[in-house]
Design a protein around this ligand. Structure first.
Ligand code: 9MR
Length: 653
């Protein structure tokens, strides 16, 4: 329990750290405006799975909430609903994305799971959405819709929404958006989820199939912060990991940096990129030596339209094919150059160079913009006129990908005859050119539709093998229509049959990668398509996958020592390796995070941080996530004598 005085002190130190970060980072956009929340009145998180924050708003305190979106008119205040009950009211909302935001990282700890429960209603009948937002270490905001378009003018109860975050995520909030009418919130509670031990006596899926193919999965940054979730990943799936969204074009391409670079140099053919969103994922893979599937470079979806527009402007004219070719080459070049510079030791063993370019009939997609509607049209086809961009993408990927990184064309509904044939033709052609190594088969199945059935998939694999390239199952999941015992049994049989088919073709399949681990965190959660449930328990589908096979005796991956390959610390906290600890050590940490080009390990500034400095400075949760703002904060606490040691093993809250 943090004492009252200590909490006030911490608030001051936090303020100092935030101020430092906004000085150092020019992109630390204030997406969450409104009042600052201090820690002085916040209850400390308990470790016992108990309620850590709860309000019925009867006391009129709304200080943990603010206006998300930062317009001038929205007011978050204590008020009453139509029946006179005391509630939180968000009024004067000028845009549908303005709304009440609850700030987690001011109340909760990273690497801990929380249940959030509350009731809300719109003043009038509107569609409201519950969303999650955080800023990455570069200050770039990321959003995720958690519950979409709840249309009701009555009270709606959100119960046990699971939230967690890592210490590489800042300004973490859950907010309500949609419409512009007033929104009321009542009975808001945050509870710590007890850590559920996973079933350790289960056979490890990756060990069971160790002689056949790699077993992997896709994860997202919020998964990284759940101990139970990651225990499942480590036990069953760490033969291969894919970032669920963070290595896609919309996460990697940086519009502001592209426009600034164009303004400074006059060159609008050299797209600027950043892996800030992917860093938590990549740090994990580095630390745990997990091979990575790079997903994905060239795709119609999750790719901003401005990438194809003059001046990188949202409303610019479409660029010419010639210009887009230059942009494509430089984008792929910058992507791989930056990735291998940041993570020279990570095994980027596979890359989905082009994703989902064919219709089920094997034709190019319709030309057009993707835009906010998430249309299925392709801006690549719009600019190139056809699917010729695919071949160029593979040319450039081969030119710039690190050695050992195999190059794949990846698609869904791969069993549709038109698409199967188009993929085979493409594979043959590009294999002959030496630019393609394999085909990625997403394998997003739907058991209810009875298509594909395992025998059909078997036939398709035989047909694909004729292309003579490597095959990988890249996004395996299988939905059922309703969570009934009968459907779970069918799901078990389906997974079992499919794994037998994969095993039969294991000479040509090098990896089977699932698209997620637990049903509740799946992109198709309502169809419960995975092997584990939301309580981390194996479903019958898991037993279908494993069957009566035995685990193979394979060496466990070696996790890096806590210094992460860096030298041992000399003086804890001494980021500039000067022999003592001063305020400029905290400043250097913040600078190295916010501006790694100048102050990072390979920075251009003569005073950049060194490997020894990084080893010294990694004081907060040493060895878990590299340098973060928390390390700087720890040093400041030490300097004002709020803690007496910077040795990580001495620190307890
Ligand atoms: O899992 C991803 C989900 O979080 C995104 O909202 C969605 C948006 O396109 O993309 C999901 O991943 C897709 C993958 O990148 C390509 N194949 C289909 C997957 C599911 O849509």
């Amino acid at each position: 329990m943090i004492g009252k005085n200590y909490r006030k002190l911490l608030a001051g130190v936090m303020g100092a750290a935030m101020a430092l970060s906004s000085v150092a980072s020019t992109t630390n956009a204030a997406f969450i405006a409104g009042e600052n929340i201090t820690l002085s009145t916040v209850s400390a998180a308990s470790s016992s799975g108990s309620v850590i924050y709860s309000t019925d708003f009867e006391d009129g305190d709304v200080s943990y909430f603010s206006n998300r979106g930062g317009d001038d008119t929205t007011v978050i205040s204590s008020g009453t609903d139509e029946k006179g009950n005391k509630v939180l009211v968000a009024s004067g909302r000028s845009k549908d994305w303005n709304g009440p935001a609850f700030h987690f990282d001011k109340v909760c700890k990273p690497y801990t799971e929380y249940y959030v429960s509350f009731r809300f209603k719109g003043k009038y009948y509107t569609g409201n959405t519950v969303s999650f937002q955080y800023d990455d270490m570069d200050g770039t905001p990321h959003y995720k819709n958690l519950i979409q378009n709840i249309s009701t003018s009555d009270w709606y109860t959100v119960k046990n929404l699971k939230i967690s975050f890592t210490d590489e995520m800042q300004n973490v909030s859950v907010y309500l958006e949609g419409g512009q009418d007033d929104i009321y919130i009542d009975d808001f509670t945050v509870e710590e989820v007890p850590v559920v031990p996973i079933e350790d006596d289960l056979k490890s899926i990756r060990k069971v199939y160790a002689d056949d193919f790699k077993i992997g999965t896709a994860i997202t940054p919020d998964n990284l912060s759940s101990k139970s979730f990651m225990a499942l990943v480590e036990k069953h799936f760490n033969g291969s990991l894919t970032a669920g969204n963070e290595m896609k074009p919309d996460s990697v391409l940086n519009q502001t940096a592209c426009q600034n670079y164009f303004e400074e140099t006059g060159d609008d053919e050299d797209p600027q990129i950043s892996f800030s969103a992917a860093k938590p994922f990549l740090n994990y893979c580095k630390k745990n030596h997990v091979p990575v599937r790079v997903h994905t470079l060239v795709w119609h979806s999750q790719t901003p339209d401005w990438f194809f527009k003059e001046g990188y402007k949202d409303d610019g004219e479409w660029v010419s094919k010639e210009k887009m070719l230059k942009r494509m080459e430089n984008y792929i070049k910058n992507y791989f150059t930056e990735l291998t510079k940041l993570y020279p030791d990570v095994d980027f063993y596979a890359c989905d160079v082009v994703n989902e370019a064919f219709t089920d009939q094997g034709a190019p997609r319709n030309p057009g913009q993707q835009g906010q509607s998430g249309s299925e049209n392709s801006a690549w086809v719009k600019v190139f006129g056809d699917n010729s961009f695919i071949e160029y993408a593979f040319d450039y990927a081969r030119k710039y990908a690190p050695k050992g990184c195999k190059l794949y064309y990846n698609d869904y509904n791969e069993w549709s005859t038109g698409k199967t044939n188009a993929m085979i033709e493409l594979a043959k052609k590009l294999k002959a050119k030496g630019t393609l190594d394999g085909l990625g088969l997403q394998c997003h199945c739907n058991i209810t539709s009875l298509w594909p059935q395992a025998f059909q998939y078997d036939n398709m694999l035989t047909a694909m093998e004729a292309a003579g390239v490597d095959l990988q199952v890249t996004e395996f999941d299988a939905t059922i229509e309703k969570a009934t015992e009968e459907n779970y049994a069918k799901q078990k049989t389906f997974f079992s049959d499919m794994m037998k088919v994969f095993e039969k073709h294991s000479d040509s399949i090098s990896a089977v990668v699932f698209w997620g681990v637990t049903d509740d965190r799946s992109w198709r959660a309502e169809g419960v398509p995975l092997l584990f449930d939301g309580d981390y328990k194996a479903k019958s589908a898991y037993y279908g996958v494993v069957g009566d096979r035995e685990e193979k005796d394979i060496p466990e991956p070696v996790t890096e020592p806590t210094t992460g390959g860096y030298p041992a610390a000399k003086v804890w906290g001494d980021a500039n390796d000067s022999g003592d600890v001063k305020m400029n050590d905290a400043v250097l940490i913040m600078q190295s995070i916010a501006n790694s080009d100048e102050y990072g390990e390979n920075g251009s500034d003569p005073n950049h941080i060194t490997a020894q400095g990084i080893a010294n400075a990694d004081v907060y949760e040493n060895g878990t996530s590299g340098l973060t703002n928390k390390d700087a904060l720890q040093i400041q606490k030490y300097l004002i004598h709020s803690i007496t040691s910077l040795d990580p093993k001495d620190f307890t809250e």
